[in-house]
Design a protein around this ligand. Structure first.
Ligand code: C2E
Ligand code: MG
Ligand code: MG
Ligand code: MG
Length: 292
């Protein structure tokens, strides 16, 4: 840090500079060397079947473990990484690392569940996305059907013609496609029909109050119904309470993700959580009601 401060010294001590601009300067200079120094890590959060309580997928979530700044959450550095053009390299690294790690777990005897990775708008628009996915699958030896790409509405809406082509090519490779943060963008619902998607993830802002806010409950129910009609599986994001899980299960939501089951965790914790959970499946913490 001392070195960085030295280089930007006159800016850092300019009192007119507000804290936000200062943070930006520090983050930007640190981000560039983070990739080189391999300061990124992948955390994993289980995706769980509402009906059986089994882990059926894992989402890979990037963390930046900076020597100078400590652990930085993606919300703090990804927007900047997009701006300065580093997000594509970060996403590629995450995809490679997550597929490598998951293949290792499978080889060690853990069940071959889905591994989901987030794709930024920039990475999606780059023609190399198909090449990247091909290379990652080849190098890791992971089955294409076990890789799921999470895209947001904003990404899908940007360039529809090209988007359909890209999605169809990915589909042709056998990769699974999910729409992330559903309900937060402003997509025309007709696109859901045009895009070859497999999974719809309901954003956690709707899940938060489903047991107390009738509007959120209604939106969630309508979304589940619509998704099933379109032959999409539904994942509820940000499930924190047993009451939320019961509501979702009762209303035929397929899967959930959230602190109730587990926070995103370091790779070394995953096999242990997985095995302990599946050893005593009926543990009250994770018990799900019978399907109705
Ligand atoms: P997301 O893809 O919607 O990921 C879910 C976020 O919700 C994660 O935040 C996760 O830690 C958090 N979460 C999960 N369960 C709960 C819960 O029960 N309660 C609450 N309050 N939060 C919960 P995280 O890891 O900070 O990631 C934030 C966003 O950053 C992600 O949202 C995704 O859009 C983006 N992101 C993360 N990793 C990557 C990546 O490798 N590449 C790209 N392009 N984006 C990423
Ligand atoms: Mg996601
Ligand atoms: Mg999401
Ligand atoms: Mg979100």
């Amino acid at each position: 840090q001392a070195k960085e401060q030295g280089r930007n010294g006159y800016q850092i001590y300019d009192e007119s500079m507000n804290a936000k601009a200062l943070e930006r300067i520090i983050l930007e200079s640190q981000l560039h060397k983070a990739l080189k120094d391999e300061e990124f890590e992948v955390y994993y959060q289980p995706q769980v079947s509402c009906r059986t309580g089994e882990v059926v997928g894992i989402e890979a979530l990037v963390r930046w473990n900076s020597k100078e700044l400590g652990v930085v959450e993606p919300g703090r550095f990804l927007p900047l990484a997009e701006e300065i053009g580093l997000v594509i390299q970060i996403d590629q690294w995450v995809m490679r690392e997550a597929c490598r790690q998951h293949k290792l777990w499978i080889d060690q005897g853990l069940p071959p569940v889905t591994i989901a990775v987030n794709i930024s708008g920039q990475q999606f628009l780059k023609n190399e996305l198909l090449d990247t996915v091909t290379a990652v699958l080849e190098r890791s030896g992971l089955e294409p059907g076990l890789l799921e790409l999470e895209l947001t509405e904003g990404v899908l809406m940007a360039h529809t013609e090209r988007t359909v082509k890209t999605l169809e090519a990915l589909k042709g490779m056998g990769v699974r496609l999910a729409i992330d943060d559903f309900g937060t963008g402003f997509s025309s619902l007709s696109y859901l029909k045009r895009f070859p998607l497999d999974v719809l993830k309901i954003d956690r802002t709707f899940i938060n109050d489903i047991t107390s806010d009738p509007d959120d409950a209604a939106i969630t129910l309508a979304t589940i119904e619509m998704a099933h009609t379109l032959k999409l599986q539904v994942i509820a994001e940000g499930v924190e309470t047993q009451a939320q899980l019961e509501f979702l299960t009762r209303n035929r939501c397929d899967m959930y993700q959230g602190y109730l089951f587990s926070k995103p965790m370091r790779p070394e914790e995953y096999p242990r959580l997985f095995l302990s959970h599946h050893a005593d499946h009926a543990a009250p913490d994770h018990a799900t009601p019978d399907p109705v």
